[in-house]
Write a protein that binds this ligand. Sequence first.
Ligand SMILES: Nc1ncnc2c1ncn2[C@@H]1O[C@H](COP(=O)(O)OP(=O)(O)OP(=O)(O)O)[C@@H](O)[C@H]1O
Ligand SMILES: Nc1ccn([C@@H]2O[C@H](COP(=O)(O)O)[C@@H](O)[C@H]2O)c(=O)n1
Length: 207
Amino acid sequence: MLIAVDGPAASGKGTIAKRLAAHYGLSHLDTGLLYRGVGQQMMGREADANFESRAIDVAMSLDTGNLDEEALSTAEVGLAASKVAQIPEVRKALNRLQREFMERDGGAILDGRDIGTRICPQADVKLFITANADTRARRRTEQLLTRGLDVTYDGILEQIEKRDKDDRENPAGAFFQAADAHLLDTSKLSIEAAFQAALDIVERVTG
Ligand SMILES: Nc1ncnc2c1ncn2[C@@H]1O[C@H](COP(=O)(O)OP(=O)(O)OP(=O)(O)O)[C@@H](O)[C@H]1O
Ligand SMILES: Nc1ccn([C@@H]2O[C@H](COP(=O)(O)O)[C@@H](O)[C@H]2O)c(=O)n1
């Protein structure tokens, strides 16, 4: 079974994708981590004349077995990821990695921005997870504070809104909900309720 999970920053798509993967025994790829991996290596190089070609080289040689989820989870790395995500050749290199992952075990769950539309249009089930910006900023702030990072709600909200805008206007291809994706707004749902709602959709579609 192939499941595509898309949605904006901190909407809860990764949490749902991980839970669904555990439930169905499927492998899971957080595709945002790939962009974060490239973005992190390009931080501080924004003024370089060869920024794009260097980012492409980083994407083409990215070691996916060595991505440190915790180190990559900061808001600054998120912004750096959105920047490199605008380079078509970076997307091409990372798309190849995502397709290889998807085809490896014959079934998988991928979460990101363009899974249901471009990476895995043939998915058996497509979910589009959303939540309002205030809820997303509150959740992300709490998540990062728990990890001991020095963040504020206002700073995180600003970064989430900037990332939403950059992603919406991405010149390498705007992100949108696939026409056949099932929309799930988690703003008023607990993690457990959101997972159950996602599971119900998957069961209904595949059952
Ligand atoms: N329904 C929910 N209720 C409360 N907290 C939630 C809910 N869903 C997710 N969270 C929490 O919100 C934070 C962000 O969730 P998650 O990492 O799943 O989002 P995401 O969409 O994958 O984010 P990103 O793509 O930016 O990495 C986490 O701390 C997670 O535990
Ligand atoms: N399929 C994807 C996934 C992510 N991006 C870009 O990476 C940024 C970080 O993603 P998170 O899911 O970890 O928040 C995101 O803002 C996108 O710019 C992408 O382009 N395609």
